[in-house]
Design a protein around this ligand. Structure first.
Ligand code: SF4
Length: 178
């Protein structure tokens, strides 16, 4: 289900997949995990399986039904480039983003290596803003994923863990340069 969001840089969330697993120190305080695990075991709830990875193919075409142009945060409750999400499914997400050209889709990943691997084979469209997360401020905490932006048409960087307004400012600044 698409949901309005309080995130400053986005208007809607679209979650064709939910759930994830930790991949770096920046995942330690994952808001999505905290939210999803709250509902684990509740019969019939979207997060009955907690934060276990789950695909929702029935949600794939949702953006095509939203007539007003929106900034859509893709997989706010997961990571689209999670290793257990098959390439074909990711390609379907990109296909929908291309067909729903009146929206702007914001995709953030911490899995920069898989992004780099798949990017040449994905169908990129100008309305897809791709971002990777950069964590920490100096070694050994620094996890620098920015080089992945050289693959495909990625054009954004988020820095974490930081508050959303800071991430928003950084995204805006970087996007103005691209
Ligand atoms: S990659 Fe993102 S969604 Fe997945 S566990 Fe880490 S912070 Fe949470």
């Amino acid at each position: 289900m698409g949901q309005p969001t309080n995130i400053e840089w986005s208007e809607m969330t679209w979650n064709p997949a939910t759930g994830c697993s930790k991949v770096s120190p920046g995942c330690a305080h994952c808001y999505a995990e905290t939210f999803a695990e709250r509902w684990r075991g509740v019969p019939g709830h979207h997060y009955e399986q907690g934060f276990d990875l789950r695909l929702w193919p029935e949600r794939l075409e949702q953006p095509l039904h939203w007539r007003r142009p929106r900034r859509v945060f893709v997989n706010s409750m997961s990571d689209l480039f999670h290793e257990e999400i098959e390439e074909d499914y990711i390609a379907q997400v990109f296909d929908v983003m291309g067909r729903a050209h009146w929206h702007t889709f914001q995709v953030l990943t911490k899995r920069h290596e898989r992004l780099a691997e798949l990017a040449p084979r994905l169908d990129w469209h100008p309305n897809v803003w791709m971002g990777v997360t950069i964590e920490g401020i100096k070694p050994p905490d620094l996890v620098d994923r920015a080089p992945s932006l050289g693959h495909g048409r990625a054009r954004g960087v988020a820095v974490g863990p930081l508050s959303e307004p800071v991430v928003c400012v950084l995204l805006s600044a970087i996007l103005k340069r691209t």
